[in-house]
Design a protein around this ligand. Structure first.
Ligand code: ZN
Length: 173
């Protein structure tokens, strides 16, 4: 397995719409394993292929405390949504920024597993939020898109400053 680098907002590559996977092969399974390692390493709970610059509809997730319950979604599609909830979200592609986003409370998602078999999952709470957040990535959307223009400009400014500081830091051996 190998660790992949994560694109950071406002990278335009985060805006691309990912293509469906036609057949689940070892290539997708390898990508899923690498994405899972990348996500665990970055202490995230979800990661979409778009975030590692891969244009396919693949998402990995693990909401468990012990980090031993990985979930895989290939070509995920929300087939029903119900209610609404507001949750504070963060994103591996928008480091250090957290903001409240309103989303459906319950969703039913249909996807393929790593074995290529279709399955359906009913989710609520944080799992439902995470599914909606990651599918947004596959459609080229980032959670800060839901913020007011003013708030979004503040976020962009803060990130630019952060990125400049990262670059300015001397290399450490
Ligand atoms: Zn994200």
């Amino acid at each position: 397995m190998s660790r992949l680098s994560i694109l950071e907002f406002p990278d335009p590559r985060l805006r691309r719409v990912a293509k469906p996977v036609e057949t689940v092969t070892d290539n997708e399974r390898k990508l899923a394993a690498d994405m899972l390692e990348t996500m665990y390493d970055a202490r995230g709970i979800g990661l979409a292929a778009t975030q590692v610059n891969q244009g396919v509809r693949l998402v990995v997730m693990d909401l468990s405390e012990a980090r031993n319950e990985p979930r895989f979604f290939i070509n995920p599609e929300i087939i029903s949504r119900e209610g609404s909830q507001t949750c504070e979200e963060g994103c591996l592609s928008v480091p250090g920024i957290y903001a409240e986003v309103k989303r459906a409370e319950k969703v039913t998602v249909r996807a393929l597993g790593l074995d290529g078999e279709p399955y359906e999952l009913e989710a609520d709470g944080l799992l439902a939020v995470c599914i909606q957040h990651e599918i947004d990535h596959l459609d080229g959307k980032v959670f800060v898109d839901y913020l007011s223009p003013l708030k979004r400009r503040m976020v962009e400014k803060r990130l630019r400053k952060q990125q400049r500081q990262d670059k300015a830091e001397p290399a450490r051996a």
